[in-house]
Write a protein that binds this ligand. Sequence first.
Ligand code: 1HN
Length: 343
Amino acid sequence: MMTEDLARERYYEQLQPLNLAPLWSVLKGLVPAQPVPAARACMWSWNEVYPHLLRAGELITAEEAERRVLVLENPGLPGKSQVTDTLYAGLQLILPGETAPAHRHTQSALRFVLHGSGAYTAVDGEKTPMHRGDFIITPHWTWHDHGHDGDEPVVWLDGLDVPLVTFLRAGFREEFSHKAQATSPGAGNSTVRFGSGLLPIDHVQRGLTSPMFCYPYVRAREAIEVQARATDPDPHLGVCLRYVNPATGGWAMPTIGAVLRYYPRGFATRPYRSTDSTVLVGLEGEAEIRVKGCDVLRIGPNDVAVVPGWSEWTVTARLDTVLFSYSDRPVHEKLGLLREARS
Ligand code: 1HN
């Protein structure tokens, strides 16, 4: 036995300089019986994070930082700027009078506004005001800058597909020649132009992202309220609406699936899991998120929680609760990899 092991060790040593490796030593790890996320279930409480954001506002300007953001780093992926195995999340602060300079990149971004008003983001010449609960898209490779004409700190959550794009080595970035892009008020408001159930008769869908950049919370909230009155909550998902591209009915973004969820007070979901990994943001109410094998996560307004892929989880609503979430589900769907289990 000993000599056989030794013979194998020697053999492996001979393989290494030839850039060869025996599959049989790694096969089970390469192709596990089920997904093994490195990310852990975890959460960030708004009350804990917000003072640190304000402190960052004293220490560095938005312009110097380019983006003044505290990255939400998953404790299972330290130093990697990842909130899950595939996604990025950060909380961005902009103060009155500041601008975050224009740039573009091939990573797709979403903004989910958490606090304050008076800030705006400009996407390819169109300025969108930001209000709490608005879901705003920065499609990949579009010029974008942010600014603030109001009088209170504004914070939003940035969600990007950075780890996915890094994995594919498909990342490009460019700085704009000026601090801010010229915005054309005449270009109009994409929410009205594309979100009213009307499209130009000759509309041609360009690119993979929704032509509607901003999904205001006033509209989304009305939609989920009407849905909640019209149907019983799904036993596993609660009342759950997808943000869609109004021109195609598909996801609003090619790599990131955004969802609005409502759970009536006292409602508890049945255990659910899916291969996509999910970032949840509290908007209204309070709920307990139980991820199998982890401590209970208590999520309230502006708190952020993570459910790694293929983790079984439930939601129990203590109050009428609204959550926003985003995940890499569109990628799983497109690649035929999405798997769900309900119990
Ligand atoms: C980015 O461009 C923004 O434009 C925020 O506000 C966060 C994180 C990673 C890469 C690009 C922004 C980002 C980012």
